[in-house]
Structure formats: structure tokens, C-alpha cells
Design a protein. Structure first.
Length: 289
């Protein structure tokens, strides 16, 4: 256990060091020429600012007023975190619902669902975001009923619609992988034993097979997290959400980038590590996430 803690601490240190190096890279090609000295100096400045993040400030580009970075950055982070984790929960929920319908359909419908899943998964992210907004607006114009706010205005932040929109691609990603994993599980001895005992298909699926499928699905944790974070900037911009990615886009200085990136990636890293520990305790399988 102490070795694992030391290993995790080393990985966290490497993540923070990498973020500092990336944050300072904006001055690497100063005046259109390679400037290693400026780069090393900027690394030192970012590191010094990280030692006292409470002293960091940002300048509003419109009013040119200087303000303290905290607690405004925490507010932006909280908006993004709510959208991210709510969309992750919704993606798992929608994929399980879709999986239930899939296994209750005949072969022809199964082919249609898989084709539709492939079609949605291949669409550009921005197309899905804009299509969702236009669908809500079209429904409002036809019926006069606004199902949900389509953009944030002032202090009125929208969370549900961005979360639903962000969950679309992960939902079909989860679904496609679940179907593949379940096909692999079907021929295993414990499934045949459960069938021989007369257990129903859905009981075998959700009580016995789903646990192993969810474990297999966690192997893709990094890929899913990267896919969702990469969509956050576009989503927050189009929905006018005051989130951490839109904050970085507006106030992009090396030190602010470093602090915001640490806030963004470190909790995700810790969540993945927690999943790794839970899977090890439940199944005895050592996983690298």
C-alpha cells in the first residue's frame, strides 16, 4: 500500500510538472524565434505563482479591471463539474436503457439500433450541440412551450441541457461497447450455469453479466474523459455557460492556465484511481486506468 501511495504521489507530481511546462510554452517562440531562456523564466514564474495561488489576478478584457482569481475560478469550475458529472450519469443511464430495449428486440431491430448508434457516433460534436438547440427552438416556435433554457443569460446558468447534449456521444459509446462486451460474456461458464438454473435473460444480464461489463467499460475511462472535456469548450461557448474552459479561453495567461488545468485534471485522475482501487477490491483484477 505505501508503494502505491508513493507511486500515485509521483504520478500527481508528474501531471503538475507537465501542466507547468505546457502552460509556459506560449513564450517558447517569442518574437517568432525560439527563446529557451524566456521559456525557462516563464516556468519559474508559473511555479512561483502556484506556490501562492491566492495572489493571482485576472484582467477583464472589456472593462480592463483587475480582479482576484479566486473565488471566481471556483464558480466557473463548479459549473463545468456539474455539467460533466451529470452528463456522465445520464450517459450511463441512457446507455443501460438503450441496452435493455436492444436485448428485448428481434434481430432486425437490433441491426437498426446498431446502425443508428454508429451514425450518431460518427457525427461531429458541434453538429449534435447545434441540432439539439435548434430542435428545442423549433419545438418552442411550433407549440409555444419552452422545454428547457437553451442558453445562459447573466447569472441564470443552464446546466441540464448542456449536460444532456454532452451525454449523447458517451451514451452511444457506452452502448456500443456494452453490446460488444456482453457478446464476449455470453459464452462464459457462469452464464451457461445461470441459464441452466432457469434464470430469466434480464436477471442474468443485469445481476450477473452487467457487473463484469461495467468493469470492462472502465478500461475506457481516460478515453471517455478526454472526449467529454474536449467537447466542453465548444458546448460552454455555444450555450453561453460560464465554465472553466470558457474562462480559460477568455483569460488565458500561463499561471491561470496552470491553476485551471490542475483543477480540471487532478480530480479526474483521482476519480480514475478510485475506480482502480474499487475494481481491485471487488474483482481482484489489477487495472491500469
Amino acid at each position: 500500500m505505501p508503494k502505491k501511495i508513493i507511486s500515485m504521489a509521483g504520478e500527481v507530481l508528474l501531471i503538475i510538472t507537465g501542466i507547468i511546462f505546457v502552460s509556459a510554452s506560449s513564450v517558447l517562440f517569442e518574437n517568432q524565434s525560439l527563446s529557451v531562456f524566456s521559456y525557462m523564466r516563464q516556468i519559474g514564474e508559473v511555479f512561483k505563482d502556484l506556490l501562492s495561488p491566492g495572489d493571482l489576478v485576472y484582467v477583464n478584457p472589456i472593462s480592463d479591471i483587475e480582479r482576484e482569481l479566486f473565488p471566481i475560478l471556483f464558480l466557473a469550475y463548479w459549473s463545468s463539474a456539474r455539467i460533466f458529472f451529470l452528463s456522465l450519469i445520464l450517459a450511463l443511464f441512457f446507455s443501460v436503457i438503450l441496452l435493455t430495449f436492444y436485448f428485448s428486440m428481434n434481430r432486425l431491430f437490433k441491426k437498426g439500433v446498431k446502425a443508428f448508434s454508429f451514425l450518431i457516433g460518427s457525427l461531429p460534436d458541434i453538429f449534435i450541440i447545434i441540432l439539439t438547440q435548434l430542435s428545442i427552438i423549433w419545438f418552442f416556435k411550433k407549440t409555444g412551450l419552452l422545454l428547457i433554457d437553451t442558453a445562459a443569460v447573466g447569472e441564470n446558468q443552464v446546466i441540464l441541457l448542456p449536460a444532456v447534449t454532452l451525454s449523447v456521444l458517451p451514451s452511444f459509446f457506452f452502448f456500443s461497447n456494452m453490446v460488444g462486451f456482453l457478446r464476449e460474456e455470453e459464452g462464459k461458464p457462469y452464464v451457461e450455469l445461470a441459464k441452466s438454473k432457469g434464470l430469466t435473460q434480464f436477471r442474468i444480464l443485469f445481476i450477473h453479466m452487467m457487473r463484469n461489463v461495467l468493469v470492462s467499460l472502465t478500461y475506457h475511462g481516460k478515453q471517455i474523459a478526454w472526449m467529454m472535456i474536449s467537447n466542453l469548450l465548444i458546448l460552454e461557448y455555444l450555450f453561453n455557460v460560464f465554465g472553466i474552459t470558457s474562462f480559460l479561453f477568455t483569460y488565458n495567461t500561463p499561471s491561470i492556465f496552470a491553476v485551471a488545468s490542475i483543477l480540471l485534471f487532478l480530480p479526474l485522475y483521482l476519480c480514475l484511481k478510485l475506480l482502480q482501487v474499487l475494481i481491485l477490491n471487488k474483482t481482484g483484477k489489477e487495472m491500469s486506468l
